[in-house]
Design a protein around this ligand. Structure first.
Ligand SMILES: Cc1cc2nc3c(=O)[nH]c(=O)nc-3n(C[C@H](O)[C@H](O)[C@H](O)COP(=O)(O)O)c2cc1C
Length: 276
């Protein structure tokens, strides 16, 4: 039986949660799949059909996912995309374009994408209730996605013109993140030297030598280091004013979620499923 290769890049866990739920739902349909978490240097394992999962970074797919997909050899299988983003804006609609073009050129049939809104790991913090509502919504929809994928159904996407323009404009971010990564700093008064950042960086970009943390030129901008730092000790260069620290509690009552003023109409539309 054919196995789906689920390839996930996830900075702070949102996309990984969704990809794991997708794998579980695929298992229920009887479709076999293998989940691979991507770090720098992860190699393609050779499955015929692919599910590429990533968080939207600056209206595009992260650098790390682009690099991984460039390394996939030519193939004749199908590819789906699963992406998460903090905002339900239609401006996020063209983020898979570069990956789609790349994989089409390699011979893959692009089947479409699934987009789930998960709590922001940047810009501002959602409430835990809102995070729980997002997660519950995604989980329900992921079950349907798995059925569609297992049945080989096409799910075309139609990005708007502003979404296309936005993703093109923001491709500059791919150069910005590695440069900004050089500006990351650890606050010595807060750091407890747990080395979580060094161990967990998916780009192996953080080292600790002679009592000092060093940030290399390979930052993917995923913010796993600063978001997951137990002491909130990592400053993220020019993006410091948007830093969010600490994981969400997804076990709160989603019914108590209050949709704030920020992008209110888009969130309401998303939760009501009107983008489907
Ligand atoms: C550098 C960076 C850029 C981001 N850009 C966007 C964006 O353009 N649009 C958006 O809706 N969310 C954006 N986000 C939010 C993430 O896409 C969102 O929180 C996602 O669920 C994080 O997934 P992860 O936990 O798997 O990394 C950005 C986050 C980061 C760290």
């Amino acid at each position: 039986m054919n196995e789906f290769g689920i390839y996930v890049f996830s900075g702070t866990g949102n996309t990984l949660m969704c990809a794991e739920a997708l794998k579980e739902s695929l298992d229920h349909t009887g479709a076999a799949s293998v989940l691979h978490e991507i770090r720098d240097g992860t190699e393609f394992a050779g499955e015929k059909d692919l599910i590429i999962c990533y968080p939207v970074h600056g209206f595009n797919a992260p650098n790390m996912m682009l690099r991984f997909c460039r390394g996939i050899p030519e193939g004749r299988g199908s590819v789906w995309f699963l992406k998460t983003s903090g905002e339900p804006l239609r401006l996020n609609g063209n983020s898979s374009a570069e990956l789609m073009k790349l994989l089409r050129k390699k011979g893959y049939s692009v089947m479409g994408e699934f987009h789930y809104i998960m709590p922001y790991n940047m810009v501002f913090r959602h409430s835990d209730e809102m995070a729980s509502l997002m997660w519950e919504t995604a989980r329900e929809r992921i079950t349907e996605a798995a059925e569609q994928i297992a049945a080989g159904k096409n799910r075309a996407i139609h990005p708007s013109v502003p979404a296309k323009a936005m993703s093109l404009l923001c491709r500059i971010e791919h150069r910005f993140y590695p440069a900004n990564g050089r500006l990351y700093r650890v606050d010595p008064d807060r750091c407890v030297k747990c080395m979580k950042c060094v161990k967990n960086c998916p780009a192996s970009n953080i080292t600790y030598e002679d009592g000092r943390f060093r940030f290399g030129r390979n930052c993917s901008g995923c913010v796993r280091c600063s978001f997951g730092c137990p002491e909130g000790a990592i400053h993220i260069g020019l993006l410091e004013f948007m830093r969010v620290n600490g994981t969400y509690d997804f076990s709160r009552d989603p019914e108590k979620a209050e949709i704030g003023r920020y992008c209110r109409r888009s969130y309401i539309r998303y939760f009501a499923g009107r983008d489907e």
